[in-house]
Ligand binder design. Sequence first.
Ligand code: UDP
Length: 246
Amino acid sequence: MTQRIFILGVPVDDVTEVEAVTHIDAFIRNGAPHQVVTLNPEFIMSAQADTRIMRILNLASLSTPDGTGVMWAARYLGSPLRERVTGVALVDRLAATAARRGWRIFFLGAAPGVAEGAAKQLQKRYPRLIVAGCYAGSPQIADESHIHAQIQGTQTDILLVAYGHPAQELWIARNQPVLGIPVAIGVGGTFDELTGAVKPAPEWMHELGIKWLWRVLLQPTRLRRIVTAVIKFPLAVIRAGRPIRP
Ligand code: UDP
């Protein structure tokens, strides 16, 4: 059994990358729709302000600790998590397993051409990977029936949705049950990272857990989100206090 902890009412699972893939394998075998979340501090903060997002995150079948802020909060609350499972790392491992098992992956979202580029990069690494389809589309409700037409009939096992949070989580919650796809994952900027559209942070910044600083330098418009992740979120966690243990 996987341990699930709650940070400001939002669940996160103590899974390793390998265990996350094992869970996803079980979801595919089960066949019913399962939403997977790669959890960041911004998600937890948006859930505080929007009950729809709180509900979606609580109904997720799997919530992996993506952001370093999530790892910190778990440690602060006395329930440290074993491993970070980022969207990029999870997608890479899933592609490797998918190539062996014949799972079909659909790449939805990001700027035109980026989903195709991400799929190509993964097929270079894992030549037997089956790409069910690629489509940029948009997270607008008006675009949904058109997107359904692209996906229906592709026998997709795993749908990767890159519309950023919260649009991707809301999109999946609205559309996955209609599409009947076993696994849908909101993957944020993963396609951009895979294609090199966004220059990855240097390794030493990853190690120090200051990838956010790199992103502010590259895209100053992200500042507001970063303030949420590195200032508002820790303050909210500290203000809520540690759970009282018997
Ligand atoms: N995106 C999109 N349509 C939109 C808004 C965003 O396709 O209306 C894509 C954007 O191109 C990017 C991804 O969503 O590929 C989100 O990237 P972001 O860097 O915000 O994700 P993060 O990894 O920071 O959550």
